[in-house]
Design a protein around this ligand. Structure first.
Ligand code: C5P
Length: 213
């Protein structure tokens, strides 16, 4: 029997990990889960119930009650406020525990899967045969996200976007529960000077090298 191809793609916001994960999934014919959407849906659920991000019990309740339709409104889920809300609730251990089983089952389906997030290679599938940690300089990541958001009509300055990115990185990397960190056996892919084609190509080569091991 061939080993299922499970590809774990982690990294900070706007590093390119989502697009790379999507393209790898297409290339290898695998299902793809953007796990950030789960945390974003929980963050928005807390916002809709009064917005106390420090209330761990409320955040966990929202996470446990998550329904597929909470993931339908991708416009709202991918706006600036949802990213910030997600990162505020993602530090609660109860929230992470509530979302664990769904992610594990997705990863372990026959044939494999591609998942992107912050803790896929460290917590969700520590034995994944392929692990990538995708990063880029904060300035380049802020520029990419700023272009995306302003093209959609959000009004914010580049400086505010950069401050958002730096703050979110620090929160995600500094939390006690499943902090964002490169797994010891993950390949580092720095996309600072790459366009998406070059980044995808580099990612595909990493997958092939890891599979051949
Ligand atoms: O990847 P994305 O920007 O959509 O993630 C939003 C937030 O969700 C992150 O800043 C992080 O706090 C949280 N997250 C997480 N673990 C994951 C995916 C996302 O903590 N696996």
């Amino acid at each position: 029997m061939t080993t299922p191809l499970i590809i774990a793609v982690d990294g900070p916001a706007a590093s390119g990990k989502g697009t790379i994960a999507q393209r790898l999934a297409q290339h290898y014919g695998l299902p793809h889960l953007d796990t950030g959407l789960l945390y974003r849906a929980v963050g928005l659920g807390v916002l809709d119930r009064g917005g106390d991000f420090g209330d761990a019990d409320l955040a966990e309740q929202v996470a446990r009650a998550l329904e597929p339709e909470d993931l339908f409104d991708t416009t709202r889920l991918t706006d600036r406020g949802a990213g910030e809300a997600a990162s505020r609730v993602a530090g609660h251990t109860g929230v992470r525990a509530a979302l664990l089983d769904l992610q594990t089952r997705f990863a372990r389906q026959p044939g494999g899967a591609v998942l992107d997030g912050r803790d896929i290679g460290t917590v969700i599938v520590p034995d994944a045969p392929v692990k990538l940690f995708v990063t880029a300089s904060p300035e380049v990541r802020a520029r990419r996200r700023w272009l995306q958001l302003t093209a959609r009509g959000e009004t914010l300055s580049f400086e505010d976007m950069l401050a958002d990115i730096v703050r979110r990185d620090a929160r995600d990397a500094g939390r006690g529960a499943a902090p964002m960190v490169q797994a010891a056996d993950a390949a580092l892919l720095d996309t600072t000077d790459m366009d998406i084609e070059a980044a995808f190509d580099a990612a595909r080569r990493i997958v092939e090298t890891s599979r051949a091991r």
